[in-house]
Design a protein around this ligand. Structure first.
Ligand code: NAD
Ligand code: MG
Ligand code: MG
Ligand code: MG
Ligand code: MG
Length: 345
């Protein structure tokens, strides 16, 4: 059990709340972020209710973890703070139909990503505090780091401050999920939204995935064993990223051979060159001018056919089958899936 994090004052100090009782936090959604936030906040001493559609896919999990599960409307009604942790694309309708009609006057509305507020898909009611607490990592890590007494760094922002204590509320939540154990950085909804989208598109998810796939295909097409190519282009990436994480690119250079350093320094720019950087600026420009947001909203509204097809192609990429076979022998990987190539949501 992790000791309560007292870096920041708890929400009951908030002037708009009844100080004779613990504040109630409603976590709406129990997926990647929702589950991690709910568990961490409960362990930090908050009173947490989970709001989920009755019969929804994650209801048994929330109940299994010992939470009181209510319908989203009921959970919102009793809450001092409502954290909106459903997928981004369902939030506008959820806000309009369930949250706005039920949220208490003066309550705090919290997001983990600024997308809907920044792109004008949600205009929160005027009396609410509206804040953002965005952990810079997936939910499973937010939970695991908290449990071992560490935290995933988080950024926070205030969009609307009606109580005069919106920042304090955001920081209390941030502390409660373990995100204030290190550098909690104040940002804006605009900066968080644009940098988060850019990071996941150009570097972390889109960029890294395509770099790995392209490298693996290059080796396999040249006649090398797919398994050896898998180790070189995917498996070993973790070892390099762990060094980045601990000590930046400096640390990587401390640990790799001189031959690897000389090759990296002279060939990295061949792969990521000025044209790559120009395309990165194009990706960023489409985030900044709303092109990406409009395209994603339209895709979702049209039923996601294109999104599903693109994702299926990733799941069916031959590197997945190779990795699945190899990882089956890595018994220490408790999360190894039985088989790839099926979408679960
Ligand atoms: P998710 O897809 O993992 O989980 C969504 C949850 O919402 C599930 O419990 C689902 O059953 C529930 N849900 C779906 N529709 C609903 C509805 N209409 N009413 C009530 N509940 C509904 O979501 P996630 O990836 O945790 O994303 C949640 C938020 O966190 C998003 O704003 C996302 O941008 C942000 N975020 C995610 C990550 C991440 O690593 N996944 C990181 C930082 C921020
Ligand atoms: Mg992110
Ligand atoms: Mg994101
Ligand atoms: Mg190697
Ligand atoms: Mg090597």
């Amino acid at each position: 059990m992790t000791p309560r994090d007292t870096t920041y004052p708890f929400l009951h100090k908030d002037a708009t709340m009844d100080s004779t009782r613990k504040p109630t936090l409603a976590i709406i959604g129990y997926g990647s972020q929702g589950r991690a936030h709910a568990l961490n906040l409960r362990d930090s001493g908050f009173d947490v209710t989970v709001g989920l559609r009755p019969g929804g896919p994650t209801e048994p999990k929330a109940k299994g973890d010992g939470f009181t599960v209510k319908s989203p409307a009921e959970a919102v009604r009793g809450a001092d703070l409502v954290a909106v942790l459903t997928p981004d694309m369902v939030q506008p309708q959820l806000y309009g139909e369930v949250i706005e009609p039920n949220i208490a006057p003066g309550a705090c509305l919290l997001f983990a990503h600024g997308f809907n507020v920044h792109y004008g898909q949600i205009t929160p009611r005027d009396d609410l505090d509206v804040v953002l607490v965005a952990p810079k990592g997936p939910g499973a890590l937010v939970r695991r780091e908290y449990e071992i007494g560490r935290g995933v760094p988080s950024v926070y922002a205030v969009h609307q401050d009606r109580s005069g204590r919106a920042e304090e509320r955001a920081l209390a939540y941030c502390a409660g999920i373990g995100g204030a154990r290190q550098n909690a950085i104040r940002t804006t909804f605009k900066e968080e939204t644009e940098t988060d989208l850019f990071g996941e598109q150009a570097v972390l998810c889109g960029g890294a995935t395509r770099l790995v796939q392209a490298g693996w295909e290059t080796l396999v097409d040249a006649g090398y064993q797919p398994e050896v190519a898998y180790y070189e282009c995917l498996h070993e990436l973790k070892l390099i990223v762990d060094l980045f994480y601990e000590g930046g690119i400096t640390r990587m250079h401390e640990f790799i051979s001189e031959t690897a350093q000389y090759g990296a320094l002279t060939r990295g720019d061949v792969v990521v060159d000025g044209e790559t950087r120009a395309r990165m600026r194009q990706v960023l420009a489409e985030i900044q001018d709303g092109t990406f947001a409009r395209q994603w909203i339209a895709e979702y509204a049209a039923g996601n056919a294109n999104y599903r097809a693109l994702k299926q192609a990733d799941l069916e990429h031959p590197i997945e089958a190779v990795g699945c076979r190899l990882r089956a022998n890595m018994k220490w990987l408790s999360t190894a899936p039985a088989a790839p190539a099926q979408q679960t949501k």
